[in-house]
Design a protein around this ligand. Structure first.
Ligand code: ADP
Ligand code: MG
Length: 252
């Protein structure tokens, strides 16, 4: 067990109850989606997990102390005045890592998201998909153990989105391969309102009810390693989507 969220509840000062009683846990190396309709409290849940927001009730506990967490927002939120390298380096600058060392780590993170050679590109010169890649590189630069992504690809066109889906899966698999030698597993919690995306990417889908969000289903999907090539067009993929869609309908 890597982290446990227990009975999380959050009501905002305006009276909106975003979450009522949300409990789930993650195991190291998981790729889990948090799926639910707009406004059900997904972003709130992610901010509670990251510690960016405090719950009214409940808590988030970590087995071995709170690890480094990378956060990817729906908008790339890049600094317009910094190039790709400076943007990817930001968390390391905040940690006061020496510049030369931080540059090496940020370059490596950019290379991992397919942006080698774009270090000096400014955000205005990058497409939406490339900006999101920089944003992911920034989240990875500090080598987090947990990556939280909040509908990161929702604003992208379908083709770009599919390509970023592949890259995210590849990144996660690379960590998994390396973790056989070293403890480098990456645990991903991916927020989405897309049934197809949750089924394609993750091995487990947590389904939330409409606001206030509660966990209404915890669905295990076939492991990535067990999926045949061409999974996206396979009957198995349709079966997964049917199971998840039905859970979502039952929650409504
Ligand atoms: P989701 O990410 O699933 O769309 P959110 O977690 O962003 O949902 O929001 C859940 C509910 O809480 C929504 O009704 C939203 O308007 C409300 N909400 C979110 N953040 C705040 C805030 N800072 N102040 C007041 N209400 C908020
Ligand atoms: Mg949201």
């Amino acid at each position: 067990m890597l982290l446990s969220a227990t009975h999380l509840a959050k009501r905002f000062p305006n009276g909106v109850a975003a979450l009522d009683d949300l409990s789930f846990s993650l195991t190291t190396g998981d790729f889990v989606s948090l799926l639910g309709p707009s406004g059900c409290g997904k972003s709130t849940a992610l901010r509670l997990i990251a510690g960016l927001l405090a719950p009214d009730r409940g808590n988030v506990t970590y087995e071995n102390g709170k690890p480094d967490i990378g956060f990817v927002f729906q908008e790339p939120t890049l600094m317009p005045w910094g190039d790709a390298l400076a943007n990817a380096r930001l968390p390391l600058d905040l940690k006061k890592m020496p510049r030369a060392e931080a540059d090496v780590a940020a370059r490596a993170a950019l290379a991992r998201v397919g942006l080698a050679g774009f270090e000096t590109a400014m955000p205005r010169e990058l497409s939406g998909g490339m900006k999101m890649r920089v944003s992911i590189a920034r989240a990875l630069a500090a080598k987090p153990k947990i990556l939280l992504l909040d509908e990161p690809f929702a604003a992208l066109d379908e083709i770009t989105r599919a390509s970023l889906n592949e890259d995210l899966l590849r990144l996660w698999r690379e960590h998994r391969e390396r973790s056989k030698q070293k403890n480098e597993s990456l645990t991903i919690l991916f927020v989405t309102h897309s049934v197809a995306e949750s089924c394609y990417l993750s091995e487990r889908v947590l389904v939330l009810s409409p606001r206030p969000g509660r966990l209404t289903a915890d669905i295990a999907l076939p492991k990535q390693a067990e999926r045949a090539p061409g999974f996206r067009l396979s009957p198995q993929f349709l079966d997964c989507q049917r199971a998840v869609s039905q859970a979502l309908e039952r929650a409504a």
